[in-house]
Write a protein that binds this ligand. Structure first.
Ligand code: RB5
Length: 149
């Protein structure tokens, strides 16, 4: 199994159940899931889980990351602090597809208190089945990278 098949999943306490549902869903689609927890419901700090997942993507260990918290916003903000990470928080399938096609996103964030299970799985599918279009979008993604310093 190579990095191109591996997806890291992480969340805070607000999204454990949805994260586990997503893990089973994408495993059934042939992906190898690297679920780095947490598994217990105690309140925890989303930045540390966003960072941990982002580091596995930035290092090349995993092709994509899917992260969740209550809104999908806080954990996305943390992940985007890691160099090389382009993470979008999505509550609709159009955005999930477009962050792959236009922004070459390597991480997807979902809010477990924002979307229901059915929509969350559709968002994941939209993200994972779309491809980066390159061309003028590559120039813009390079401009994002240049901002990282
Ligand atoms: C936790 O209560 C909540 O703040 C967190 O899951 C997330 O929504 C933050 O962005």
């Amino acid at each position: 199994m190579t990095a191109k098949d591996r997806i890291v999943l992480s969340s805070d306490h607000a999204a454990i159940e949805l994260r586990q549902t997503i893990a089973a869903h994408i495993e059934a689609r042939g992906w190898t899931v690297v679920d780095i927890g947490p598994t217990t419901p105690e309140s925890t700090h989303y930045p540390r889980h966003g960072e941990a997942a982002a580091r596995l993507v930035a290092s090349g260990d995993c092709r994509f990351g899917i992260i969740l918290c209550g809104t999908g916003q806080g954990i996305m903000m943390a992940a985007n602090k890691i160099k090389g990470i382009r993470c979008g928080a999505c509550a609709d399938t159009f955005s999930a597809r477009m962050i792959r096609q236009h922004n070459d996103a390597n991480m997807l964030s979902i809010g477990a208190r924002v979307v229901g299970e059915g929509l969350a799985l559709d968002i994941v599918d939209a993200f994972l089945t779309a491809d980066f279009e390159g061309g003028r979008h590559a120039t813009r993604v390079e401009m994002i990278a240049a901002l990282e310093g």
